[in-house]
Design a protein around this ligand. Sequence first.
Ligand code: XMP
Length: 506
Amino acid sequence: QILILDFGSQYTQLIARRVRELDVYCEIHPYNKIPEITSDIKGIILSGSPCSVRDEGAPDLDLDQFRGKLPVLGVCYGSQLLAQKYGGDVTPSEIREYGRANLTHLDLHEDLLKEMTHGSQVWMSHGDTIKTLPGNFKVIASTPSVEVAAFKVEGEETFGIQFHPEVTHSTEGKNLLRNFVVHICGCPQDWTSDIFIDATVSDLKEKIGDDKVVMGLSGGVDSSVAATLIDRAIGDNLTCVFVDNGLLRKNEYEEVLDSYKHMGLNVIGVDSKQRFYDALLGLSDPEEKRKAIGKTFIEVFDDEAHKIEGVKWLGQGTIYPDVIESVSVNGPSATIKSHHNVGGLPDFMKLKVVEPLNTLFKDGVREVGRALEIPENIIGRHPFPGPGLAIRILGDITPEKVATLQEVDHIFIKGLKDNGLYDDVWQAGAVLLPIQSVGVMGDERTYERVVALRAVTSVDGMTADWVHLPYEFLGNISNEIINKVKGVNRVVYDISSKPPATIEWE
Ligand code: XMP
């Protein structure tokens, strides 16, 4: 495997995903908590960082422990750290270099740069530059404004690159990463979905034995794939619980339950709509609504778990980004919204946890799901928040408001699917606003609700752009909503990106 040491760059996870795309296993660890360097580790990548190597207290580590013994690739900050620690000179760039650049000088005899071409476009994002290199370091690539765009340490497999090969704007970045990981480190490209499935199923069999497992399903891709893997390992000793919290999309409960049954999962559907509506009664504050829903879910789930005699394990669909320990180089980040389902296990459920997907990124989960032949309506599904429509109805929740929003959302989502737009959008939905506006229908003045439509592209939900849906499509959807959904006379489209807005309105 490849070990990626994280210095806090926003791109670190992207490096890992690119390495995984080469069918090579890798893990991210914080620079200050390095795991034992065993013979399984074939090479090390040092990530970028928001810090400067010139800052006092900048992230640092003892590079001698592996330099020269294992191939090392420093990216951006990682390359500056290598240069500076061994006697080079890192200075502030005269201009902050951000964006596209072209490699004008390339030493194509170097293994790291094989199959790249002169003029290759790369992505730069740095405020510091390497002015001089230590004695036995040599420049192997330059751009018009950055002489040391890439270097190699003579006599060892240690490299540094100033650009970011992991972002798609570095058009040949994948070749460079392949050269490093496969040719220089010698990692076999054998980490495929089928291998993952076989290894995971046999691990699960061994770990769980004849014990019983309970697991909550959400209809989303992660929990569905995790449950299918556990089901492959232990069959009906796995009981899945799918809760109707009354805040799902129109017909979703019935359709998803049906899909699960077709997939052969041992699943119990629990209709708890009223319990959730009761818990939400009179609550308008988004965080209070989230807490009430989280608490009610745990109560419902606990009731079901107690019905399973002798259950020992709780299955969870946790994925790798949830477990990567993030490096905080700029102090702790503020809690913007409490995502209740990232809290883990409530104290009173003393079950052991099994998380078969905790080494996978989302795209890996989807690939494994496809290899397991899970239906596309589950694999390709947009993310949907745990509190569901409750955080898309601004203000208090009533069953009537839920029903109205379900109709609006259904028209929008069906429209996206019928027009071939659904798969181009990362997440979409409708928001019921707590205001009424004046309209006119026939000769009548109306005073009814406003709904907002939201569609975004994103990689992981951390940042997002609004989607430029065709005007004609938006016009048709607006007409259909106003004509068909009683109580709605105005539709608006949200054109804010995240940041500064968030994806959900609450
Ligand atoms: P925001 O609104 O923070 O959303 O930009 C980012 C992603 O998280 C989802 N989201 C939630 N998911 N429980 C969840 O399970 C929550 O409380 C919650 N709030 C937001 C949101 O749908 C988007 O995918």
